[in-house]
Ligand binder design. Structure first.
Ligand SMILES: *[C@@H]1O[C@H](CO)[C@@H](O)[C@H](O)[C@H]1NC(C)=O
Ligand SMILES: *[C@@H]1O[C@H](CO)[C@@H](O)[C@H](O)[C@H]1NC(C)=O
Ligand SMILES: *[C@@H]1O[C@H](CO)[C@@H](O)[C@H](O)[C@H]1NC(C)=O
Ligand SMILES: *[C@@H]1O[C@H](CO)[C@@H](O)[C@H](O)[C@H]1NC(C)=O
Length: 733
């Protein structure tokens, strides 16, 4: 053990001795000699990211061109960038120290992966006065290929997006610039480089193996993230180098955005998310009337379950309502009732409400722009919060949380229960559709928590009004001849250099399945137990149902009669209203064509579940919610909750007030009270004759479960006033 340690120490000493010797002979360039020059006509999100990484490593940065109009062309369409050379040339004129080291670098799509010390050391090791970043591809003039010197290993072509060198040599290099702002800087520098005399006199070389600069264009397969003790950098696996600067040049903005979610310490395994706590806009401590004004855009573009619940949640959003305006776009006449019953009660609470209904001839794409306009046109509006109606915002603080993150554009991560589906994409395929990023599953499953710059979000997001009035001011953001409106929009946001962040720092909610939503019933949500089981449960299953399995809350009012909460008030009301809406109550006679044999011994006034096409859903309900209770209360009995008869019974003094003693055609029976004794009716209840045991005060939403035959001979007691409803199921006949 001792020996090993000693060897290790000696090894380290040897290494240090060697490198300090090596450097002494050359002399370190002090960090103070380095000046970073960059161009940024606007403070884009990319610029802020660049400056964040520069600050982290203590680079001294001078920004050129601030507030200037950008004339340098668009890298996607034409060569450009002459403006950068002009600005550089004039900035160098002010620099008197000839031995200043200048790093000239783009900013919108660049991050620093390491500090000045390493950069300068690597620069010195190249033993040239000017070092350019290198490219796999030649651009913009491929006819110049043969003129480029060969390299033994690595990239052969010059990239103008980054270079480092002595101020005097760079001055010399740009002295002959007289081009226009939209001329190609790349071509200008390339022509100098391929001229052997100039290359020699200025003493230029390329960083062919990406020791200093990593251009991502043409090099995506070469670069991986390298996580190390609280920091992250890029690693070039082709040359086994650790570049100091990473540049998403050309069409690699998505990749630099991905890498920039980590490098240099934006997110690390050790420290988590740094971005989450920087530049925040705290709302706590504000008076209600100081909260930023937000327009909430609500979009109803297809028949959607649980729309009334959506509005209940909207109402519960933790935010002063007099600082909120609502823009509601509804394309479905089916949902007008839900909107109207919400607005009737609450419209006056909000600062303003604008509703566009299905008969106004506004198409969905236009509606999105109109929503933005409502915010753009009101100078007080600071944010637009876009929420599609299929979004289940479980977290009532969502709006506040998003505002506090202080981003131009940020979405809360929404999931679908039990699936990897979310409202964001971590990457795009070549044709612009979904692709899975390496970190997608970790983000969805919460193993990586933070704020992530991603290429696509949908359904719900917060966007700052000043961005809607500048970068995103166009009125055709959702239009495209090839892309879906949501993809077209995201593509425009990306093109405008606005970062789309998604955050999974909190649980925000989920998105509904809207397929197979049928509209032929009064309360269509009752039929959603298959499509949206979580929402169905929240809406319809009693709050205390989950306690049955944990606590002993099942009551035993009579021997082997179990009593437990099962339905919410809403479930009871919906089921009764659904039956009354259907309206075809049986006459209560013995002849009954609905059942096998056509004869009912103990008839009731009722409607069977299958008459309203509810038997599959009812079976699922019995299986998921009743069977577990049965198996708990009657150990050793297993049920698949089969039934022939399940129905809602109506008792009325002037119709059928009671039911004579009888056995049920079931192994066990479920009897759920659907309304409230003392309020909706008087009397009612039931008696088990063998025990002479009465249950006189049925509770709305509670189920009675008892054996059907032999021991539990029972009768329905007379309803003396009003109408009593119960839901009865004969299970395992
Ligand atoms: C940057 O400078 C600050 C203060 O001068 C220092 O505390 C910090 O360690 C420096 N960071 C790096 C990465 O050198
Ligand atoms: C560049 O300058 C270095 C000294 O810094 C010198 O050793 C080297 O030969 C020069 N290269 C060319 C091509 O002039
Ligand atoms: C929000 O972010 C911006 C930069 O994007 C910053 O200038 C501002 O100070 C931050 N905080 C607040 C409260 O706006
Ligand atoms: C659930 O049980 C608690 C505690 O017994 C009670 O206070 C609450 O009212 C119950 N919830 C409902 C919906 O009945």
């Amino acid at each position: 053990m001792k020996l090993e340690t000693l060897t290790l120490v000696l090894g380290l000493l040897g290494l240090t001795a060697f490198s300090s010797l090596h450097c002494e002979s050359k002399g370190h360039i002090p960090e103070g000699k380095l000046l970073v020059l960059t161009i940024a006509t606007k403070e884009t999100d990319g610029f802020k990211r660049f400056m964040g990484s520069a600050r982290h490593f203590n680079y001294t940065v001078k920004v050129l061109g601030r507030g200037e109009k950008w004339n340098g062309g668009n890298y996607m369409s034409a060569p450009g960038g002459g403006q950068k050379v002009r600005l550089l040339k004039s900035a160098l004129a002010d620099i008197k120290e000839e031995d200043k080291i200048i790093l000239f670098i783009d900013s919108y799509d660049v991050v620093f992966s390491s500090g000045p010390k390493e950069l300068l050391k690597k620069f010195q090791q190249v033993k040239h006065k000017v070092v350019f970043s290198a490219e796999t591809h030649i651009w913009p003039d491929r006819h110049l290929e043969d003129k480029h010197p060969h390299v033994r290993e690595g990239k052969r072509f010059l990239g103008a997006g980054g270079f480092i060198g002595y101020a005097s040599n760079i001055k010399n290099m740009v002295s002959e610039w007289s081009g226009k702002d939209d001329d190609s800087d790349q071509l200008f520098f390339t022509k100098i480089y391929i001229n052997p005399e100039k290359r020699k006199s200025i003493n230029i070389t390329l960083d062919s193996k990406c020791r200093l600069f990593q251009n991502l264009y043409g090099a995506l397969d070469e670069v991986v993230l390298k996580f190390e003790d609280g920091r992250v950098r890029a690693r070039n696996v082709l040359y086994d180098t650790l570049p100091v600067i990473v540049h998403g040049n050309g069409p690699t903005k998505l990749q630099i955005n991905y890498l920039g979610n980590y490098i240099p310490n934006v997110w690390t395994f050790e420290t988590g998310c740094k971005l989450c706590n920087e530049d925040l806009r705290p709302l706590s401590g504000l008076k209600e009337n100081q909260y930023p004004v937000v327009v909430i855009g609500i979009f109803i573009q297809q028949p959607t379950p649980f729309v009334s619940v959506f509005f209940e949640r909207l109402l519960n959003l933790q935010y002063p309502k007099n600082r909120l305006q609502l823009f509601i776009y509804n394309q479905e006449s089916h949902h007008e009732q839900h909107i109207h019953s919400f607005l009737e009660k609450h419209e006056a609470d909000y600062q303003a409400v604008k509703l566009i209904g299905p008969n106004e001839g506004v198409d969905p794409i236009t509606s999105r722009s109109l929503g933005f306009d409502m915010c753009r046109d009101d100078i007080d509006c600071e944010y637009f919060f876009s929420v599609d109606v299929d979004v289940v915002l479980k977290n009532a603080d969502t709006l506040k949380i998003l505002i506090e993150l202080n981003k131009s554009f940020v979405a809360p991560m929404m999931t679908k229960p039990g699936r990897l589906w979310t409202n964001f994409w971590g990457a795009l395929s070549a044709d612009g559709y979904y692709a899975r990023s390496e970190d997608y599953v970790d983000i969805v499953q919460g193993r990586r928590v933070g704020v992530w710059n991603v290429p696509y979000v949908s359904q719900v997001y917060l966007v700052r009004a000043d961005v809607l009035r500048s970068e995103l001011k166009a009125d055709d953001l959702f239009q495209s001849s090839t892309l879906d409106p949501d993809m077209a929009f995201c593509s425009r946001v990306r093109e405008q250099g606005v970062f789309m962040y998604v955050t999974n720092m909190h649980t925000f909610g989920r998105v509904l399945n809207t397929e197979n939503y049928q509209m032929d019933h009064l309360h269509n949500d009752l039929w959603q137990i298959f499509e949206n089981p979580v929402d169905w449960e929240e809406r319809y299953i009693h709050q205390n149902y989950s306690r049955i399995m944990k606590d002993n809350i099942v009551e035993t009012p009579c021997p082997d009669v179990y009593w437990f909460p099962i339905f919410t008030e809403v479930a009871c009301t919906h089921l009764v209203e659904e039956m009354e809406n259907f309206g075809q109550w049986s006459g209560g006679g013995n002849v009954d064509k609905r059942i096998q044999g056509g004869y009912e011994n103990v008839p009731t006034v009722d409607i069977h579940m299958n008459q309203i096409n509810f038997e599959k859903e009812w079976h699922k309900f019995l299986l998921d919610y009743i069977a577990p209770v049965t198996e708990k209360m009657f150990p050793g009995y297993y049920t698949r909750a089969q039934f022939d008869l399940a129905f809602v019974v109506r008792y009325r003094p002037d119709e059928q007030p009671f039911l004579r003693p009888h056995h049920d055609a079931s192994t066990f029976t479920i009897n759920i009270a659907l309304n409230q004794v003392g309020i909706d009716y008087q009397g009612g209840g039931c008696r088990f004759l063998r025990y002479n045991c009465y249950i006189r005060a049925p509770r709305k939403g509670w189920a009675l479960m008892h054996p059907g035959r032999l021991t539990h001979y029972h009768e329905g007691l007379p309803t003396t006033e009003g109408t009593r409803y119960i839901a009865v199921s004969f299970v395992d006949p």
